[in-house]
Design a protein around this ligand. Structure first.
Ligand SMILES: [Zn+2]
Ligand SMILES: [Zn+2]
Length: 217
């Protein structure tokens, strides 16, 4: 009797030797597992010509399961506060280690030969990706510079308006208040009704002391 073997794809122990991988169940499990990985590989392949660089967030540490190697692989490539999206997976898919494991996986599982290419990244494509990564980093820096300039302008704007406010309170605020009170309480027909804005003294407005007391408690 053939020794029992455990199939990681079907998650079951079988006794029929190598015949298991040809079974309908195993082929279905294999197809489904490959279809789960494929969209991630395709998304990574799209990044070859247009590498995207983003500010690092913890979400960028996410991994994906490489079926061929039987291990977790980092999806993105992070360094310092920057992340190159899909960089981790592309690096893995282009590695000789992954190629070797894929060849073995395809042979062991009797997977469809035409499908294999979809899970490999050629060294030429990886070189292309590295070039587009450099471009991505450059344009990220330009974008960051723009953001920094905008922020600086905003800070200056806020600082300017704050200074304006302080100035208006300290220098203009008090005389303005007395002027508006004066407009209400001026004695009608008084020749001093056209007061120059620089005169802020109550006495010079010709007001009665009693009304001045009411205005400025
Ligand atoms: Zn199986
Ligand atoms: Zn792999």
């Amino acid at each position: 009797m053939a020794p029992s073997q455990r199939c990681p794809l079907c998650r079951q122990t079988f006794f029929c030797g190598r015949g298991h991988v040809y079974s309908r169940k195993h082929q279905r499990q294999l197809k489904e597992a490959l279809e789960r990985l494929l969209p991630q590989v395709e998304a990574a392949r799209k990044a070859i010509r247009a590498a995207q660089v983003e500010r690092y967030v913890p979400e960028h540490d996410r991994c994906c399961w490489c079926l061929c190697c039987g291990r977790e692989v980092r999806k993105h490539l992070s360094h310092g506060n920057l992340t190159v999206l899909h960089g981790g997976l592309l690096e893995h898919l282009a590695s000789p280690e992954h190629k070797k494991a894929t060849n073995r996986f395809w042979w062991e599982n009797k997977a469809e030969f035409q499908m294999k290419e979809k899970f490999l990244i050629s060294s030429q494509d990886y070189a292309r990706f590295k070039k587009s990564m450099v471009k991505g980093l450059d344009s990220y820096e330009e974008k960051e510079d723009e953001v920094i300039k905008e922020m600086a302008a905003q800070i200056r704007e806020v600082e300017h308006s704050r200074q304006e406010l302080v100035r208006s309170v300290l220098e203009v605020g008090f005389p303005r208040r007395s002027q508006s009170s004066i407009q209400i309480h001026l004695i009608p027909g008084s020749p001093r009704s056209s007061i120059s804005p620089t005169s802020s003294s109550k006495r010079s407005h010709g007001l009665h002391a009693s009304s001045a007391q009411l205005e400025f408690p």
